[in-house]
Write a protein that binds this ligand. Sequence first.
Ligand code: 9PG
Length: 486
Amino acid sequence: MRVVFGGSLGQARLEVGVTAASSEPVSGGYLLRGREVRAFAPSRGAQFFRHGWQSWSLAAWVGLGEPPKPLFPKERRPQADDPFLLDAAEWGGAWWGSGLGALRLADGKVLLLGALDLGARVLGRQEVLLGRYALGEGRWFLAYGPEEEVFSAYASHLPRRLSGKPLRVWCSWYGYYTRISEALLLAALEEVAHFPFEVFQIDDGWQRALGDWEANDRFPRGMAFLAERIREKGLRAGLWLAPFLLTPDSPLGHARPEWVLRDGEGRPIPAGFNWGRPLYALDSGNEEVLEYAAGLVRKVREWGYDYIKLDFLYAASLPGAEGEGRYRKAMERIREEAGGAYLLFCGAPILASLGLADGLRVGPDAAPYWDNEDRSLWLSDPTGPGLKNALRTTLHRLWLRENVQVDPDVAYFRSCFSLLTPEERRLQEAMGEITGFKATSDPPSWLTPEERERLLAFLSQDQAVNQLGPYRFQVGEEVLDYASLL
Ligand code: 9PG
């Protein structure tokens, strides 16, 4: 069958051949149904919009002339993508994305095919977009037009949860890494409290082990004590959790071997590699695991935390898009348990998190350097920590602002412990203005007087933001052009 775009009021008319079980017009495009659908472009596209599966995966326009490159060896697979996509890339040689895909056609306009249900992947070739649901029938949205319009039309058909203005967050991770302690955080809190932050968020490093979510010996008075000190300063207390993740040495995996997600032969399914160790996932289809995860959220709320950063969430969806229904059920349970607490989802399957997360990390980690070329050049991996990767993927997910608070990760104000130039810092700071999500990990005592002024201005004034093009923004008096980094 064929669907027709435009043709009225002098608009360009475009006919697109479609194979699907059915198609009907909806606002901004067409609704298609089917397990597998195809949209045939009338001209060859040179670029494909590749949408990564989870927060850290690459979202960007890629050249269809350059095939995707395999990343790491299998046993060191990064967790940054849908494992199926990585394998498919190796043998198929074609670009795939998660949930949606788009072609930029010869006229510069965009043909977008996006899933409206969970568990979908979209393959791009020069003249066709092919969408396929991993497990069964589903709905699709097809649109053609200027880039910003088609993405916005797609977003309008996806779940939303927008809960007021984003919070201003101090997060321990990009200053202290895992080397946090009660004494160190109390000292940081004293400094942070002089600035207009709303949340003091304790990141990775407080727990005994993955799966053992009690304070370790560096927190002698426990986590409820710290939450109380944070609240006394008029701040909301935030805490990091990775509820579905284990390492091989996690006591929980030994106590509850049946909770570990395993393949047909009983081997734990690889869930990535971090902290120098392989990662395992908890089986989110197991009712006891869900009770454990909900219990964790209940416990930290009782300790006094009402901003919870839930990390490595893709683990609840493994082995990939197939697990998104299971993931969604698990996160609905957690959402219910969390009540009014703010939930920041990180390392999370993007589309399957909409409507449940208050905030969603939409890119890799913003490390205090521009790019790790060892990783990006030699290993062809665009997902490692660094501002370049973080900004690239965040820029390609800004259209999700209509559905969820998008977290571009922290901005840097410090010149110590950093390789960032002032211009690079400015690009990330402005991304905080563009998204409204303002966070940093800089302890104020690391800052020069000028840097402290800049942090104060960032937190206390919201600059007017005007989008001038897909990658050009006016932020306050300044025009920022992100195109050069793409
Ligand atoms: C704590 C950190 C911080 C950070 C999160 C997450 O191996 N990886 O691909 C990988 C990516 C991100 C990452 C860790 C590992 O960082 O994004 O903000 O909370 O965990 O450990």
